[in-house]
Design a protein around this ligand. Structure first.
Ligand code: SF4
Length: 471
């Protein structure tokens, strides 16, 4: 039950059949990405160059009510987005997506998953050119760069390519022009992006689970640096920005992605099981049961049980019906944690329990879990973590941007174990991360564990991002 959060999920659909209800298809597909963001959601529909959109705070059913979906009408191309806030900061409406803008060539809509590491430099530059921003996010900067490049570029493809060459950081972009759907993945492949088909629609999406959920067909991952353009003539791939050093975010496998997704050729579920197997070899301990912290610790607990021969059992129950409004309540956090997670007394009472979680950030959730298991009668609690100690902020994809919120930044494993009150604690080694994903041909980013960032992160202060625009 990671304390880490991703920032967004993106989806884009291009329908080749005018009778398809593209709003309904986008709406339903977006549900498969809900885990990537619960703060806001939006859909934009393109009907022969006229883009109508709706976006709002909350989870999908709350943000996209039926009457707004009806108002969107129909079209040939659509974008969908789910948003998570960065750094826990309240997201203003202006920072929700899709971002829709008018420029010299008509309308453009854009969604982003990721974070620019040269945000301040680009924003200052655009400000000096008298740009007037509505939001504080990266998405608007990208939209501005595309609109400016389009003044001299002959095609939208050229304008997008010129604009993304200015970007540094992690990004998966879905955008639509009046007649085209375009997907772009950052050259290091830090953020995932793939494409496939749902019925007669071509679809680009953050994760492949979208295709399974909709009975569609996953075709392939979009390569790092690749731009995919879908129009009435088919699918076109542009690879001028491909072929450089890659650094795919390893946390996609540990936590961000759904277990039924395949990211860059690797089953997320399988990678988590492997983490559990490796943990069993690296940190064996005698116990009666192995349990996982829902959701992401479950597969690793199964892997640990398979490798160690210790039986797997359900030890913790997660309340799945908690939404954004609940998380925002300023109530006693002990109560909040109890309502979210509870121990299963029948299974843990009198037992020596190994409990597997995906990661530890602040450590408060882990301490609560150890406490819950002890109160439910566990004789011993051995905590195992299916990732290495999270020591360094992530400026590329997540909300873990402050070192003071990372318990492993200045505490040893023994000190963390004492803080959480466990009988023992073991983390996956950094060296074994690569073993989680042998099928991937990409190099990985492991900066949150090692501090070795794949690109310059000196321009990444987020102070004014996502807060209220200054007037
Ligand atoms: S620092 Fe960690 S969470 Fe951030 S992109 Fe790299 S691996 Fe992913």
């Amino acid at each position: 039950m990671s304390e880490l959060h991703d920032e967004c999920g993106v989806i884009g659909l291009f329908s080749t059949d005018a009778s398809v209800d593209i709003v309904e298809e986008t709406y339903l597909s977006l549900y498969a990405l809900q885990h990537r963001g619960q703060v806001g959601a939006g859909i934009a529909v393109n009907n022969n160059g006229t883009i109508i959109y709706h976006k709002d705070h909350g989870m999908i059913p709350e943000a996209l009510p039926e009457k707004e979906l009806t108002r969107l009408g129909q079209g040939q191309i659509a974008l969908g987005h789910v948003k998570y806030s960065s750094g826990g900061i309240q997201v203003d409406h202006e920072n929700l997506a899709p971002l829709v803008m008018r420029y010299s060539k008509g309308q453009l809509a854009l969604c982003l998953n990721g974070a620019l590491t040269n945000y301040h430099q680009l924003r200052n530059e655009l400000n000096q050119g008298a740009a007037i921003f509505q939001s504080n996010g990266d998405t608007e900067i990208i939209a501005y760069l595309i609109a400016r490049a389009r003044i001299n570029a002959l095609t939208i493809e050229q304008a997008v390519q010129q604009a993304v060459r200015r970007l540094k950081g992690a990004y998966a972009i879905a955008l639509m022009s009046p007649s085209k759907l375009i997907g772009v993945r950052d050259p290091m492949g830090i953020r995932p992006l793939c494409y496939g088909k749902i019925g007669s629609s071509y679809v680009i999406a953050s994760e492949s689970c979208v295709f399974d959920s909709m009975g569609g067909e996953f075709i392939r991952d979009i390569e790092p640096g690749e731009m995919l353009v879908i129009d009435s003539e088919g699918v076109h791939s542009y690879r001028e920005n491909c072929g450089g050093q890659t650094a795919a975010c390893v946390f996609e496998y540990i936590f961000f992605s759904r277990p039924d997704s395949v990211v860059d050729g690797v089953s997320v579920n399988l990678s988590r099981q492997r983490a559990g197997q490796l943990l069993a070899r690296q940190h064996p301990v005698e116990a009666d049961i192995v349990c996982g912290v829902p959701d992401c610790g479950i597969e690793s607990a199964i892997g640990y049980a398979m490798e160690s021969g210790i039986p797997y059992a359900t030890g913790l129950i997660k309340n799945k019906y908690i939404g954004r409004a609940f998380n925002n309540r300023k109530r006693n956090s002990e109560y909040l944690m109890r309502i979210k997670l509870n121990a299963l007394k029948n299974n843990v009472n009198g037992k020596r329990v190994i409990v597997i979680d995906d990661s530890i950030l602040k450590g408060k959730t882990s301490r609560h879990i150890v406490n819950l298991l002890r109160q439910a009668g566990a004789k011993e609690v051995h905590m195992r973590i299916a990732s290495p100690p999270f020591k360094c902020p992530c400026y590329l994809t997540s909300d873990a941007t402050a070192k003071e919120n990372l318990i492993a930044a200045d505490k040893t494993v023994e000190e963390i174990c004492t803080y959480m009150g466990a009988d023992s604690l073991g983390f996956l080694s950094v060296e074994s991360l690569r073993e989680l994903i042998p099928e991937s041909h990409l190099s990985i980013c492991d900066a949150c564990f090692t501090g070795h960032y794949p690109l310059d992160v000196s321009d990444t202060s987020r102070e004014d991002k996502y807060s209220k625009p200054k007037v």
